[in-house]
Each structure stands twice: as C-alpha cells, then as structure tokens.
Design a protein around this ligand. Structure first.
Ligand SMILES: Cc1cc2nc3c(=O)[nH]c(=O)nc-3n(C[C@H](O)[C@H](O)[C@H](O)COP(=O)(O)OP(=O)(O)OC[C@H]3O[C@@H](n4cnc5c(N)ncnc54)[C@H](O)[C@@H]3O)c2cc1C
Length: 461
C-alpha cells in the first residue's frame, strides 16, 4: 500500500501534524504516523507527570489550533479545573490535552482520513521515481508514501568538552540525557551534583531532584551563568518593537534596549517582537545569524524563554539558601576523585581555575546546534543527497514552505520537515505557538495537493 502522507516522529510536531491532517485531508486519504515513542505526541516535553514541570507559555497561547486559541483553556475547564488564560498549566496536563484532542478526531462516526499509527523507528529512506518515498522501519519492513513530513525533533548537545578531557572512570556518573528520568532514582539524598547548562532543563531537573527528597549541594555551570527570567504575575502588554532598517545584530539590540530605557516593559518588548521573529531571522545574512548565535543567544534565551512565576520562586529560594550555586565559566576537565568526579573550570572573566566535587554530572546543555548526528535516518538521507544541513547546522535545509531542500538547494518532491529541525529557516520554531502554525500550513498545502492530483490518481488506478 502507498499512503498519501507519512508523518515520521512522535512528539508535539507529529501530533500537531496528524491533528491538522485529519482536519483538512479528504476522507478518502490515508495517513501513516511512524514513531518510536510509546507516549505518542508527548515527546520529551509533555510526558512528565511531575506537577511542577509547568508550561512556560500561558494556557491562552497553548491551543494546538492557531485558529481556535481558547481550545486548551476550555479543555482544562472541561476537566473541572478553575483555569484562566494566563495560567501556566502542568506539562503533563498538556500531554493529556493533546491525546484527548487527537482521540476526538479519531471517533469512528466522523468521516475523516484513515490513519495507521505504526510504532517503529524509521532507519533509512529512498526517493522512488514513480511512487513517492520508501522508508525502512526497524521492526516492520517498509513503508511507502507519496508525501512525507519529517518531524524528528533534534538531539541533545554533547557536553562542552572533548572526550579526552573526561576521565573514563567517571563515565557511569555522567547523565547524558536527563529526560530519561530514571536517573533521578539513582541519586542519593545528600549526593552532590554538577549540572551543565543553566536554562529551562536545568531548572526542571533541580526541582525534580528536590521534590523527590534530594538535599545535596548542586553546582550549575554554564558559560555565562545566566538563568531564565520569570514571567510577571500580570502579563505586560506586547509593545510593537521600533526596529531600525539596519540588520546588524548590535543595532537591532541597541534599538530594543533604547525602547526599554524609554519606559517600555522589557517583557512587552520581547513579546512584541515575537510575531516578527521569523521574518526578522529570514532577513538576516548568514553572517548576522551566526553573530546572533555567538554573542546574543544566551541573553535572548533567558529573556525570551521565561518560566512560570511559581517555578522561578522555588528555584530562587534554593539559590538564596545556598544549596544551589550557579557558576559562570568554561569547563576544563572532569577527573576522577575518591568518591566520584572532580570538575575543573575556568571562571568567566578571570584566568583562575576553580573546582568542585560531584557525585553526578548532568548534561542540561539543551538542544541547540545539535546537528543531525543523533539520527541514523537523517545521516542516511544526507549520504543519499536527499537532505542537507542548513548553513549554521541548526537542522536541515528547508525553504519558506517547509519543503526539504537537497544539497543543490532544490526542493525534494513530496518531502517536508517540521519543528526544530527547520530552525535554520525559521529560527523561532521550537515552541507550540510556532509549530502549530507550521503544522496547519503544511496540512493545508498537502490537502490542496491531494485534491488536485486525486482525480488523476483515480484514473491511473
Ligand atoms: C522539557 C521541555 C519543555 C517544553 N515546554 C514548552 C512549553 O511550555 N511551551 C511550549 O510552547 N514549548 C515547550 N517546549 C518546546 C516544544 O513544545 C517541544 O520542543 C516540542 O515538543 C518539540 O516537538 P517535536 O515533535 O518537534 O520534537 P520531539 O519532542 O523531540 O519529538 C520527536 C520524536 O520523534 C521521534 N523520532 C525521532 N527519530 C525517529 C525515527 N527515525 N523514527 C521514528 N520516530 C523518530 C523521537 O523518538 C521523538 O519522540 C518544551 C520542550 C522541552 C524539551
């Protein structure tokens, strides 16, 4: 059988695509969803059951439908919650909302496209001249589809240290992927931890540790030692940014800073920039984008990706009582000591080397610039010249319609990508408010293509 559409992936991007394909495709269409995660649609972000793992976007902006913004708030109320649009709901609840939304579209009485959910990992892929794209799956042979959307997410960044600077003896003490939450149960109540990275993932892990009774010391180390800001308890109204014509990063940042100095709330300015961020990114040269990533990314992240006020208050209390310390510096070596590891780093702005003991080392450096090395499928597709990395190595090369480009910059027939994999083209495409727009646009494009070619296909059959 040849499916009309195959979605490969099992996180938010895949479920948002599936939901929108069910809305827009004709009922005669067939969809295959291939994902290797049993909690389909929840991915790393929304499978957590820990209540303090909150959304970092208010409920009013988390509907999976860009054209029905109240949907998530209404779902929360339907569950008997006293939910308000500005609430920061739990990420576990959001996962349930996604599951329920998909289920409501799959009810047998509705006449919609047929969907097969296939639990498998796609390992390789070939473009066929006549009949679309064929995937090899790790457990059920092959799958053929006329149109394919890659929604694979991106991998985790490695520790910022060459392997030869890490004593092999501490290997079992290094947690490469903290989202496999099983590691938390191995940590003793008073164990000392070193967490690399000081962003949202770090805060989640610190709060998870404390919630399960951990009381030991936690050292957090990142290059700048910057921690996300909180959302205000009352949202500042977005302010339209007053941007110069120049696309120099320093000029853009100066303009934003000036607006704040002239009295605008900085959160309003950052939120006001959001509807323009993708277009702004697309108007930058590669050199300007690269400068932004080198010099402004850490600042951008803490101002743009803010956390729920309650979550910030809990984390801040740990900073104040001194059990959690954030260091700004550059990792030099991880050696073995009598009870675990000795972490040596150069303190930012000084030549001084400092060190501390850690029983566990946790990599929370996040997902930016992880490339495609994590994915055998993408590596294989690159070897076959079906895809190319974008110029900055953020993901794969796509055009403004999310069509995957080959190394010569030509769109691959019937091949699209969604989510963070497309960050090279869109930059702001890692959070729900952006991915849902991309998912709807892709579903509409594919629905139009299917309607256009269906009569011809029927004649061929
Ligand atoms: C901890 C966390 C909290 C977040 N909180 C928020 C928030 O509050 N608000 C917000 O708007 N955004 C949030 N985000 C951002 C955003 O919603 C997520 O990053 C989003 O879920 C990304 O989904 P994705 O499907 O693109 O990628 P992923 O979630 O990474 O999913 C990709 C999936 O594809 C599967 N896969 C990969 N390769 C294959 C293959 N070859 N074959 C089959 N399956 C494959 C993987 O197993 C994985 O399950 C958060 C992100 C994280 C990590």
């Amino acid at each position: 059988m040849t499916y009309d559409v195959a979605v490969v992936g099992s996180g938010f991007s895949a479920i948002a695509l599936t939901i929108n394909l069910l809305r827009f495709l004709p009922s005669s269409a067939s969809i295959a969803v291939v994902g290797d995660d049993p909690g389909f649609g929840r991915g790393t972000a929304y499978r957590t059951e820990f209540y303090l793992h909150r959304l970092n976007v208010p409920a009013a902006r988390m509907s999976v439908f860009p054209d029905r913004p109240d949907d998530f708030v209404e779902w929360l109320r339907g569950q008997g919650r006293a939910a308000f649009p500005e609430d920061f709901a739990s990420r576990g609840d959001y996962g349930l909302y996604l599951r329920d939304t998909l289920a409501s579209l799959l009810r047998p009485r509705e006449r919609r496209a047929h969907v097969d959910f296939i639990r498998a990992k796609a390992t390789a892929c070939v473009q066929c001249e006549q009949d679309g794209i064929v995937f090899h799956l790790d457990n059920v042979g092959e799958l053929r589809a006329r149109t394919v959307i890659l929604a694979l997410g991106v991998g985790n960044a490695d520790l910022p240290l060459p392997k030869d600077r890490i004593d092999p003896g501490v290997g079992s003490r290094i947690i490469d992927n903290p989202w496999r939450l099983g590691w938390l149960s191995r940590v003793g109540r008073t164990d000392e931890l070193c967490i690399f990275g000081s962003g949202l993932t770090m805060i989640d892990q610190v709060l998870s540790l404390r919630a399960q009774g951990h009381r030991g010391r936690i050292h957090v180390l990142s290059r700048r030692g910057l921690v996300p800001h909180p959302h205000p308890t009352r949202r500042a109204a977005p302010v339209t940014p007053d941007l110069p014509d120049s696309r120099e990063i320093s000029a853009l940042l100066r303009a934003l800073r000036r607006q704040v100095e002239n009295g605008a709330d900085w959160r309003g300015v950052v939120d006001g920039l959001r509807p323009q961020t993708q277009a702004l990114w697309q108007s930058l040269t590669t050199e300007q984008r690269s400068r932004f990533l080198r010099h402004a990314l850490a600042w951008w992240n803490i101002h743009r990706h803010r956390i729920a006020p309650e979550v910030f208050a809990r984390f801040n209390a740990l900073l104040k009582d001194g059990t959690v310390t954030v260091h700004a510096g550059f990792l030099r070596e991880i050696d073995r000591d009598a009870e675990g590891a000795n972490v040596r780093f150069r303190q930012r702005g000084t030549p001084d080397i400092a060190s501390f003991h850690a029983d566990w080392i946790v990599n929370c450096t996040g997902m930016e610039r992880a490339g495609i090395g994590h994915s055998p499928l993408l590596t294989e597709m690159r070897n076959r010249q079906m895809i190319a990395m974008d110029e900055l190595g953020l993901g794969i090369s796509v055009d403004g319609r999310s069509r995957v480009l080959d190394p010569d910059g030509r769109p691959q027939p019937g091949l699209f990508a969604a989510g963070a994999l497309t960050a090279g083209q869109f930059w702001e495409i890692t959070a729900v408010p952006d991915i849902r727009v991309q998912a709807k646009a892709l579903a509409e494009t594919i629905a139009t293509d299917i309607s256009r070619t269906a009569p011809r296909r029927a004649r061929i059959a």
